[in-house]
Design a protein around this ligand. Structure first.
Ligand code: KIV
Ligand code: ZN
Length: 549
């Protein structure tokens, strides 16, 4: 049997990268993205060279359906682009929704899943093994009526009895599954165990040569990447991962770590893929120089900051502090560095534009950076660029990215920040005066004092928006080096049990703080209050309206 829709990704001697940032990654608390943000990330994932984009869970909400459909008809329109995948539980309505949303894709894939561990069967599904053995192949066959390319996952495979997994996988492959994905759903297994699980599947599932073995894993014990690398050694050829490792709870296996481990140590992995041990050929199709940019984009749009010591993409990942290390590096870079920063697109920050640059130069540089803005967005971004260029001597690619990401995020503006004025110092009573435009177009101005200028700004905004919330994270960092650098502010706030993030960049960090806060409030407001009209002077919504989200 041939494996359809995978001519470019089924090669047994390379690793297929399945990115689930927009599905499992978006399940991180507070990481929810709007349609424009999902499209921006999907375009960047295509530039990064991922083989498959899991774009969402179409049955979960109309927003997810629309996002999968739009990604399918744009990023997924061409046979040269990535496969677009939609997730579906093993039920007819889920599978139909995925099939419908994926219709515009040149290479669509339905990923359907059903739990296989006894604990999930007993408590969650209330089904017997025999029932699962019947439903799973039936649903795979149903998915095949929509697309040729069907992936099946036995959820919680890491804690499932292998003696049950073997016949289950055999049955779904016989029903047409072209990829069987083995998830360590709760991040419980250790590398040795996970490798042995994959080896057992390879050795005991009689028709396994008709499907690709994939792995999916969560990082609850910090072992996801190590587990995957062990799986590769034992026959896995598809890795399901997310940018910056974002995802449910402790997250998913991080794409950048997997790709760079396979790249830097390719000579170690080559023999496991049947290659010449000395081969220099890459093991994945990822354009590694796009990694850093993709990481920044995902972090900015999701509000999920990257820890400074994060492997590959953390700000300290290539920094050398100790004198001994610096001395060694000057003598020979390889003394303390196993890969060049340029390989992931770091240190390629070009200074391209200045205050005399025109709209065309601005547009073409953005296109080179991979941003396609509609006219209105371009006008707004250009106005922001001019403002930044007036204040800052040199405008770098990273500044441009920060400006454009900011503008993309502002697309769903409900409240708009019109004025920020603060007075602070020592001794002084920090005071902020804020003007906001409300969703119904009214202009409101209010003032407040606080423990510092940001506190005063947030209090003034709260007096007008009246959305109950608790600020749980506030971070500021500079986009580039230098005293005139733009500052990026990322915040996370909690409303009841939900978390919303906001991000903004500006040469004035108080303004960036105000914008980030308004941005997070807009997300909160949009997600819980789409029906209710804002009336100045009244709470934006009452607590009852948000129950049941
Ligand atoms: O973690 C998991 O098991 C999943 C499945 C849907 C593959 O995300
Ligand atoms: Zn998962």
């Amino acid at each position: 049997m041939s494996i359809p829709s995978q001519s470019d990704s089924s090669a047994a001697d390379r690793i297929i990268i399945f990115d689930t940032t927009l599905r499992d990654g978006e399940q991180s608390p507070g990481a929810s993205l709007n349609l424009d943000e999902k499209l921006t990330i999907a375009r960047q994932l295509a530039r990064l060279g991922v083989d498959i984009i899991e774009a969402g869970f179409p049955y979960a909400s109309s927003g997810d359906f629309e996002a999968v459909q739009r990604i399918a008809e744009t990023v997924g329109a061409s046979l040269d682009g990535p496969t677009i995948c939609g997730l579906a539980r093993a039920t007819r309505h889920d599978i139909k929704a995925a099939g419908d949303a994926l219709k515009p894709a040149a290479k669509p894939r339905i990923h359907t899943f059903l739990a296989s561990s006894d604990i999930h069967l007993q408590y969650k599904l209330k089904k017997t093994r025999a029932e699962v053995l019947e439903i799973a192949p039936e649903m795979v066959a149903y998915a095949k009526t929509f697309v040729d390319d069907v992936e099946f996952s036995p959820e919680d495979a890491g804690r499932s009895d292998p003696e049950f997994l073997y016949p289950l996988l055999e049955a779904v492959i016989a029903a047409g599954a072209t990829t069987v994905n083995i998830p360590d759903t709760v991040g419980y297994t250790t590398p040795g165990e996970f490798g042995a699980l994959i080896r057992g599947i390879k050795d005991n599932v009689s028709n396994i040569d008709q499907a690709i073995i994939s792995v999916h894993g969560h990082n609850d014990l910090g072992l996801a990447v190590a587990n995957f690398l062990e799986a590769v050694k034992n026959g896995a050829r598809q890795l399901e991962c997310t940018i910056n490792g974002i995802g449910e709870r402790a997250g998913n296996a991080a794409l950048e770590e997997l790709v760079m481990a396979l790249h830097v140590r390719r000579q170690y992995f080559n023999p496991f893929l049947g290659r010449d041990p000395e081969s220099e050929a890459p093991l994945t199709q990822i354009q590694t120089q796009e990694i850093y940019k993709t990481s920044r984009l995902v972090s900015n749009l999701t509000g999920m900051s990257v820890q400074p010591n994060k492997a590959i993409v953390g700000t300290n990942a290539f920094a050398h502090e100790s004198g001994i290390h610096q001395d060694g590096m000057l003598k020979n870079k390889r003394t303390y560095e196993i890969m060049d920063a340029e390989l992931i697109g770091l240190n390629t920050n070009r200074i391209t534009l200045g205050k005399l640059s025109g709209r065309n130069a601005f547009r073409s540089r953005l296109m080179e950076l991979g941003f396609e803005l509609a006219d209105e967005e371009l006008n707004k971004a250009f106005a922001r660029f001019k403002d930044v260029a007036d204040k800052k001597r040199e405008v770098t690619d990273w500044d441009l990215e920060a400006i454009v990401n900011d503008e993309t995020q502002q697309a769903a503006d409900l409240f708009q920040l019109k004025r920020v004025q603060v007075s602070c110092g020592s001794p002084a009573c920090p005071t902020a005066t804020i003007t906001l435009q409300t969703p119904d177009g009214a202009l409101l101005t209010d003032a407040a004092t606080g423990t510092g200028p940001v506190d005063a700004v947030y209090r003034a905004i709260n007096r007008m928006v009246k959305v109950p919330n608790e600020l749980i994270e506030f971070s500021v960092k500079s986009v580039t080096e230098g005293i005139d650098a733009m500052g990026e502010v990322t915040i996370r706030l909690r409303h009841e049990s939900r978390i919303f993030s906001g991000h903004a960049a500006n040469t004035d960090i108080i303004v960036a703080s105000a914008q980030a806060y308004v941005h997070a409030l807009n997300r909160l407001y949009a997600s819980v209050h789409s029906q209710t009209t804002f009336k100045a002077g009244q709470p934006a919504f009452s607590a009852e309206k948000v129950t049941g989200i």
